[in-house]
Design a protein around this ligand. Structure first.
Ligand code: DAH
Length: 340
């Protein structure tokens, strides 16, 4: 019997399989109920007593060897199986990922907000659908002022007048009605005017309004604030110029020009050879407006300003047609990738 066992050990050692079913066949040959090992174990009875210990140990070892062989043959065949799968080509270039980008108008609005927040202005927004009081009357617009005309304003309802706000100055009123000075805020938002759409005008556009109301606020404060803004926005060499103007809600009123950042003030077709670009309207808050909002105009003074985001973006990016901002043509928008 010992000889037979040694023969079988050799067979086990030399066994080789090329398919899983051959491995299974091998396993059954040795380990099934009618297999070699159970046959040997039943013959074990006839083994002389003095050999029992040795032969018993050999049989147990044989069982282990068979199990080991089955395991190792299985894993060899499995990995061979995997190696026939196609290997991915790691040198292939990846598909290009095109990152999105902010819209140029959002970039400029965020720039404006961050510049004013450096000098203590907080940000608020308010409604786009307004009543006559907040858009016109409280802002000191005379009854017959042409801005109230249907030609300029989109009315939603007449009597009472409900309209799409024509400027963000309405947010000055909403703020002063519920907040007591000191107020130092900017109000970005969309505004609407009944304009024919062209390279220079649109019926929907964006403004940022500024308002500063406190004791002893002066025109010098206004000028210094706007100079700071202009230099942060267009570069530190930028000059500003204030021209007298008229707005019903400010007195005195002005319009501010910045030195042309394209030609440096020498004159070019962007600044129409004047060296200056107009960017905003401003002035000292008219005492009537303060009083309309319940603020004592003897105690408080203030300044306000308002600018168009499209206009600043046109100048900053030298875009010649404002309609490009609204068409969402990817060839245009892609140029602002990375310009956060
Ligand atoms: N609301 C004006 C407009 O839409 C802009 C403006 C001018 C705002 C002067 C102001 C200001 O706050 O003081 O044309």
């Amino acid at each position: 019997m010992r000889e037979r066992i040694h023969e079988l050990f050799k067979e086990i050692r030399n066994f080789n399989a090329s398919t899983p079913s051959e491995v299974e066949e091998f396993r059954l040959k040795y380990l099934s109920r009618k297999g070699i090992l159970s046959e040997l174990f039943s013959e074990f009875r006839n083994v002389p007593n003095e050999q029992k210990k040795e032969v018993g140990a050999l049989l147990n070892e044989m069982k282990d060897k068979v199990l080991e062989k089955v395991e190792s043959m299985r894993s060899i065949l499995e990995s061979a199986d995997r190696s026939t799968e196609p290997v991915p080509d790691l040198t292939r270039p990846v598909d290009q990922i095109i990152p999105g980008s902010r819209h140029p108008l959002s970039i400029v609005r965020n720039d404006i907000i961050s510049i004013f927040s450096k000098i203590g202005f907080s940000v608020a927004e308010n409604r786009e659908i307004e009543d006559d009081w907040h858009n016109f009357t409280a802002l000191n617009f005379p009854e017959e002022h042409p801005a109230r005309d249907m030609q300029d304003t989109f009315f939603i309802n007449k009597d009472p007048d409900i309209l799409l706000r024509t400027h963000t100055s309405s947010v000055q009123i909403r703020t002063m009605e519920k907040t007591k000075p000191p107020i130092r805020m900017i109000f970005p938002g969309r505004v609407f005017r009944n304009e024919v759409i062209s390279a220079r005008a649109h019926c929907i556009f964006h403004q940022v309004e500024g308002l500063y109301v406190d004791k002893n606020v002066s025109f010098a404060d206004l000028k210094q604030t706007l100079l700071f803004f202009a230099r942060e926005m267009f570069g530190e060499k930028t000059q500003i110029r204030l021209r007298p103007s008229y707005f019903p809600f400010t007195e005195p009123s002005g319009e501010m020009d910045v030195s042309c950042n394209i030609c440096g003030g020498e004159g070019c077709n962007i600044c129409k050879y004047t060296g200056w670009l107009e960017i905003l309207g401003c002035g000292m808050v008219d005492p009537n407006v303060l009083e309309n909002c319940g603020i004592d105009s003897e105690e408080y003074t203030g300044f306000a300003f308002g600018m168009g985001i499209e206009r600043i973006a046109l100048l900053k990016y030298q875009v010649r047609d404002l309609r490009l901002f609204f068409e969402n043509d990817l060839r245009f928008l892609k140029q602002f990738t990375g310009a956060f």
